[in-house]
Design a protein around this ligand. Sequence first.
Ligand code: NAP
Length: 308
Amino acid sequence: MDPIRIAVVGIGKIARDQHLPAIAGNSAFSLAATVSPRDPGPGTVAHFKDFDTLLAEGPAFDAVALCTPPQVRYDLAAQALRAGVHTFLEKPPGATLSEVMALNALAEKTGVTLFASWHSRFAAGVAPAKAWLAERRIDAVRIAWREDVRVWHPGQDWIWEPGGLGVFDPGINALSILTHIMPRPVFLQSATLSLPANRAAPIAADIHFRDTAGAPIHMDLDWRQTGPQSWDIEVETDAGLLKLANGGAVLTLPSGVQHAEDLEYPGLYARFANLIRGGRSDVDLDPFRLVADAFLRGKRIAVEEFHD
Ligand code: NAP
């Protein structure tokens, strides 16, 4: 079978750290071209400053990975889908729920694959955690996602703009795990969003969710963490405590600890290839909807200005 010729659009941190290596490591794909306004690309394939020029003048390609900030992703994805190009959306899949729903409808109409990716769901501990919880009564969930924004997002102005999600940019990863491992639907009850006086997006959020059986779920998101960082989810059950640490990579069950290799992006590309070969799409909006609900129902408080 011929490899899927793929273009990568938006050569920034995640494209360089994860997408380009995952594509190089998967024989189902061959890199066809890259697009980025300022970054020169890896230099191994044709590079274009914008997607229009790639579509008009570039080599043929079957698929595209959109690794730009979310605010510009809709127009790129709609162009790709209209051109019959299978489309991989980095998380979050867009800047609004409605635009991603419109993309989903467009993918159905054009018959090409749309993949709204959630990389944290491919962390090693997540699938076994989901299987273990399916059998259990869930009594409570605690999520602590506390990191230093200066370390992880230096100079990323888009993340503080409307649609950039602020602290929900990492927080949505926790929600992508939560909505995947919980056996029942989860919804938001209350939220407090802390916005720096000089920024449009929250630097911290304290949120109470519950599931439809009444289990309380508390989420503590904070970008002001210095020292040890935490990306942890704890689930109290009738059979003891489940803990997912390191963003889902390390699972601790009452019976012991399971470590495994980090296979998030190789897992995403294996899934994308399967979807394309099977003529299917995968657009799960549950994590994004919970974030939208936090912005819809959350109380905003002003906190100290943030300067990079
Ligand atoms: P980033 O470092 O700011 O990179 C994004 C790149 O997109 C920029 O370098 C910019 O390229 C390019 N870009 C902007 N507008 C464009 C357009 N209209 N057409 C083509 N390229 C455009 O951001 P990032 O950290 O890689 O994050 C990108 C996305 O991946 C976000 O949705 C983020 O949530 C997600 N993500 C990030 C991480 C992470 O650890 N950083 C992890 C998982 C997922 P130029 O520099 O050439 O202008």
